[in-house]
Design a protein around this ligand. Structure first.
Ligand code: NAP
Length: 266
């Protein structure tokens, strides 16, 4: 069943990420009649009423879709317009429930939702964490966007945010690197398309078989063959694992900084 927004619903900020969510909801046939986008540029969002100033009526649902650094500019005015029937859903990386609660003390519930860009085509990951029954309502709303996971603890959300929220950036750069290496070694045309088909096909295969990467790699690599020669480079001194671990740790550390900044100001 297609979920419905509690109306009136406000999408406060609608850039790359909230815009991708709107695309995913639109493709799923979600009704936007009770939804308003509020953004300073007033840039239109297809199929959704878009304005530059808050409407008069108290919202029942507010999605925070701006950058974490904007929270203290936006929260004081926005909080005045919210009330005991309002659910606030934040996708601000790093900013914890307690910091949001401090800024929206009178609202019904505060929920965090950490999406990623493939929500635009219903292939995203959305992690949800938050207060009681409201988190369940947010899970239902996010279902058309892809895989929805719930987490009890904020550190779980930070981890999912680092691998899934930020993940498309890393996967996209890996695809570029694969294509570039192909070009350097004689792939004349369609190097990126070939790299993407390889990534997508491998992911689909692993989802279908349920096997892990090590098992699939064993099926590709014959002893002393070409793949094994390449894997030896990836595995030398744990090169691949160390690189990915350092990448994810850096994202989590930045999330912690954003969390502390928001907690400090709260
Ligand atoms: N990008 C991702 O892949 C991703 C993944 C997970 C979570 N997130 C989170 O999503 C949030 C948005 O990221 P983004 O990449 O979508 O950023 P973005 O493309 O820069 O969009 C930011 C939005 O905030 C709006 N905005 C700025 N000032 C505002 C104000 N005073 N009142 C209302 N709206 C205001 C902007 O409006 P205008 O368009 O009118 O300028 C814009 O629509 C961040 O908190 C980020 O942590 C992003």
């Amino acid at each position: 069943m297609t979920p419905r927004f509690p109306a009136p619903a406000w999408l406060v900020g609608c850039g790359n990420m909230a815009g991708a969510m709107v695309e995913g909801w639109r493709a799923a046939g979600v009704d936007f009649s009770g939804v308003t986008v509020i953004r300073p540029s007033g840039a239109p969002v297809e199929g959704v009423h878009t304005v530059t100033a808050y409407p008069g009526e108290m919202p029942r649902f507010v999605l925070l879709g701006f950058k974490p650094q904007k929270l203290d500019n936006i929260a004081p005015e926005l909080a005045k317009r919210c009330g005991p029937r309002t659910m606030v859903v934040s996708m601000l990386a790093g900013v914890e429930i307690a910091s949001l609660r401090a800024r929206f003390p009178g609202v019904r519930a505060v929920v965090r939702a950490m999406p990623n860009l493939p929500v635009a085509i219903g292939q995203g990951v959305v992690a949800v964490q938050g207060e009681g029954a409201a988190a369940g309502e947010v899970v239902e709303l996010m279902r058309p966007l892809g895989m929805v996971v719930t987490t009890e603890r904020e550190c779980g959300l930070a981890g999912i945010g680092a691998i899934a929220g930020a993940g498309p950036a890393y996967v996209a750069r890996f695809a570029d690197a694969l294509a570039e290496a192909g070009r350097a070694h004689g792939v004349e045309r369609d190097a990126l398309a070939i790299a993407l088909q390889t990534l997508g096909g491998t992911a689909a295969l692993m989802q279908g078989t349920g096997e892990d990467g090590a098992s699939l790699a064993r099926r590709v690599a014959s002893p002393n063959g070409t793949t094994e020669a390449g894997l030896a480079v990836l595995d030398q001194d744990g090169a691949l694992e160390r690189l990915i671990e350092a990448t994810i740790s850096a994202a989590i550390a930045r999330g912690r900084e954003l969390a502390q900044a928001a907690a400090g100001r709260g």
